[in-house]
Design a protein. Structure first.
Length: 322
């Protein structure tokens, strides 16, 4: 008998449409690890996240505020509901229910969807080497960190948390309100729970997280976060298109392709990007990155190329977004 497991990701909605997504797996989802494991035991937990079996074409049911809709998973076990939804709903996080079933075995999970508060801007941030110290430029060091350092041993850059929290609350009068955050990374969906738990441990703003296509083999771990980064461009483009009346603050680093991606975004959405922040981590890319940022300044986008978040915080104060 096939056993099921289900992984839900935070969704989001506007005044006309609801977006909910997740994966269905055979036996287990890639999130069965513990933060108290270290060394080799933790390495096996990470390897386990990539040794998974998604289930294609299985029926999935969504229930949200009286709306009930069914669809089926794609070939990689991924499902996405993009459905009309125009009922009045207060801003904040709301629960939805996903159900799926094979023969006599079924599973039900509860997820969350974001209805943004009214705000002047939203924040889209990369994760690796922007928030989380990952050493993406050094393959062997990166793999050492991934395999042997659990969440509670991983570190954020100094002053990232106060900067992000200031961006999250600026301009909000209600203490429960916040500016919407989106984390868009080239890490695969396999690492969703790892990233989400890390964000919670360090008190980073609660966010919708959008990652790269899921991998299903142990060898895929060696190429985690590598390859094409076009998916980041597409996901950022989708977010801005979904909330076109907002301005955005984009945060990334120069270890991979963030400057190029953000430049493309600014050119396509010339009225939507308030500021671009790039953390300096790559020794050999400084001149090229600065050239891109100079071009964005010429387009009217505020930019900050920084090594330490203290500089980014000062810049944010100067342009009036914290």
């Amino acid at each position: 008998m096939v056993k099921l497991d289900l992984k839900l990701y935070r969704g989001y909605l506007n005044d006309q449409e609801l977006i909910v997504f997740g994966h269905v797996f055979k036996s287990w989802a890639p999130d069965k690890y513990r933060i108290d494991r270290g060394g080799i035991r933790h390495a096996f937990s990470i390897i386990h996240m990539f040794n998974i079996s998604p289930i294609s074409n299985i029926r999935v049911k969504l229930e949200f505020k009286g709306t009930v809709v069914e669809t089926k998973t794609l070939h990689d076990g991924y499902f996405r509901f993009s459905i009309p939804f125009n009922e009045e709903l207060e801003s904040g996080w709301h629960e939805f229910i996903i159900t799926c079933k094979i023969t006599d075995f079924g599973i039900v999970e509860i997820g969350e969807v974001l209805k943004p508060f009214e705000s002047k801007y939203a924040i889209i941030s990369d994760i690796d080497d922007t928030i989380l110290i990952s050493c993406s430029n050094n393959f062997f060091k990166k793999m050492y960190i991934i395999l042997l350092k659990n969440i509670n041993k991983r570190k954020v850059f100094n002053d990232v948390v106060p900067h992000y929290m200031a961006l999250s609350i600026f301009g909000q009068q209600n203490e429960k309100a916040f500016n919407s955050f989106f984390y868009v990374s080239s890490s695969e969906w396999n690492l969703y729970s790892f990233i989400n738990e890390f964000a919670q441990i360090h008190n980073l703003p609660k966010a919708v997280i959008k990652l790269k296509k899921i991998k299903t083999g142990i060898m895929d771990l060696l190429f985690s976060g590598r390859g094409s980064h076009d998916h980041k461009f597409e996901k950022i483009k989708d977010i801005i298109s979904f909330y076109p009346n907002l301005q955005y603050v984009l945060l990334g680093d120069d270890s991979q392709r963030d400057p190029d991606i953000y430049e493309r975004i600014c050119k396509i959405f010339p009225l939507n990007v308030k500021a671009v922040y790039i953390r300096h981590t790559a020794k050999d890319k400084k001149q090229r990155t600065q050239k891109i940022l100079d071009n964005l300044e010429d387009l009217g986008v505020a930019t900050c190329y920084f090594k330490h978040s203290e500089k980014a915080i000062k810049h944010s104060k100067e342009i009036g977004i914290i």
